[in-house]
Design a protein around this ligand. Structure first.
Ligand code: GLY
Ligand code: MN
Ligand code: MN
Length: 440
């Protein structure tokens, strides 16, 4: 893995340097200065929240835990890393730089945040500084120039082979942990027990994961962002929805699976239909495909699933037009993914910025662009039985088109979501998630 990354990294860094040169020229700057950033301090406390590095910093370096360090890129020069290795006997300090990236940087080691700032291009220079505001390092406040950010965010959509390799690794870790979680579910574990099994198999702490895991048994599958963990197993575990990812050098995977307990064949059949639909959508992750059109297409296909399973009696067209599908599938089909689980630039019009609006009536869609080679998106359709939305639906005239007894059969299972991370290529898509599951 490290050898493969080493050769891919050279090309990755060349791409980033080239992009940075163009971004600086666009914004009228001579230096790109990127803060790893610093941990956030808890209010009225002497402790910090878990550190999350600036994704711009992680784009250049696989250093997830070097707060207070900086990258300086100046066109035509070897990039510099100002590496903060504090003198500190209270905390673990970052290890000396090592690995495939070291030879590509001029590295200067400093012992405190102020010394780091003193090594940056001065305030009299035309410098674009990317990061959150850094009150602990006065003299290098981030300006995040919009022209620079827009250009870099736009191009972050196109993953380099190096990035794809790390995303494959994030998927392998995630699927390994998903297998362990499924075993824990089948063994009758509580949500808490399943989460422990997941973390142990991933060998990642919660703070290292790209987002808070969703581990829901039975009706809890109907809470879209259920991040509570019941300590006690229910009397009967009928169904299990797990939305959980993993990280590799800052890159995310985002994976959802839904399981029925043995003997719950009607729910299993509904899962199978959503799974088949999901694979159909993933197969459409091809260059030139409009993502919002794929989202609307998903509504039509899921309307067919609702009808096939006797939940609605109406045609797919009227189920979509009347908003019935939105009651059962109330979120977007997916989003860009990369260094951030909901990655940047999902709505961007072009490299100069701008916005492509969501289609009307789809307020939660997170991606409105055309798919292009190098993009990675999630494909995560779902069908849920959410009391709040079903109550609203029941009050509408279209309620007569719903088989409410059938809805009640499915309510105790909560819901279904199936989520894969899919790479758009020049040809057939690469499904990072399915490929990784096939290996575990
Ligand atoms: N796990 C968050 C999402 O699927 O978008
Ligand atoms: Mn997702
Ligand atoms: Mn997810």
């Amino acid at each position: 893995m490290q050898d493969r990354l080493a050769s891919l990294y050279t090309q990755h860094l060349a791409t980033l340097r080239d992009r940075a040169d163009k971004a600086l020229a666009l914004g009228g700057f001579d230096h790109l200065v990127i803060a790893a950033s610093l941990p956030l301090r808890k209010f009225l406390d002497d402790q910090d929240y878990p550190f999350v590095a600036n994704p711009h910093f992680l784009h250049w370096l696989p250093l997830t835990d070097t707060p207070g360090s900086w990258i300086v890129h100046t066109p035509g020069k070897k990039p510099r890393l100002i590496f903060l290795q504090p003198k500190d006997y209270w905390h673990v300090v970052p290890a000396a730089p090592s690995g495939y990236w070291v030879e590509h940087f001029d590295i200067e080691i400093v012992r405190n945040a102020t010394d780091a700032v003193a090594l940056l291009p001065g305030a009299d220079q035309r410098r674009a500084i990317l990061g959150p505001e850094c009150p602990a390092a006065p003299g290098a406040e981030a300006n995040n120039p919009q022209a620079v950010i827009d250009y870099l965010h736009w191009h972050r959509s196109y993953k380099t082979p190096y990035e794809l390799e790390l995303m494959r690794e994030a998927s392998r870790i995630g699927t390994r942990a998903h297998r362990a979680a499924e075993r824990a579910f089948r063994a009758g574990e509580s949500e808490f027990g399943i989460q422990m099994a997941y973390l142990a198999a991933a060998r990642q702490m919660e703070a290292e994961l790209p987002y808070a895991n969703i581990v829901g048994l039975n009706e809890h599958g109907a809470v879209l962002h259920y991040t509570h963990f019941d300590r006690k197993a229910p009397a009967q575990s009928r169904s299990f929805l797990i939305d959980a990812g993993a990280s590799a050098a800052g890159y995310a995977s985002d994976i959802t699976r839904t399981y029925a307990a043995h003997g719950h064949s009607e729910f299993q059949a509904l899962i199978d239909s959503v799974d088949a639909a999901q694979q159909g959508f993933a197969a459409k992750v091809r260059a030139g495909q409009s993502y919002p059109e794929l989202h609307i297409h998903a509504h039509h296909v899921l309307a067919g699933v609702l009808r096939e399973h006797g939940i609605v009696r109406m045609s797919a067209e009227s189920a979509v037009a009347s908003g019935v599908t939105s009651a059962f599938f109330p979120h977007g089909l997916g989003h860009p993914i990369g260094l951030q689980v909901h990655d940047v630039s999902g709505f961007q019009l072009n490299e100069r910025g701008g916005t492509i609006a969501r289609p009307q009536g789809h307020p939660y869609l997170r991606m409105t662009r055309l798919l292009e080679p190098g993009m990675v998106v999630t494909i995560e359709p779902g069908l849920y039985f959410i009391d709040m939305l079903l109550d609203e639906l029941r009050a509408k005239p279209v309620a007569s088109e719903i088989d409410w007894a059938k809805v009640d059969v499915f309510r105790p299972y909560g819901g279904i979501r199936i989520e894969d991370d899919v790479v758009c290529t020049d040809a057939a898509p690469e499904n990072l998630t399915r490929d990784a599951f096939a290996l575990t």
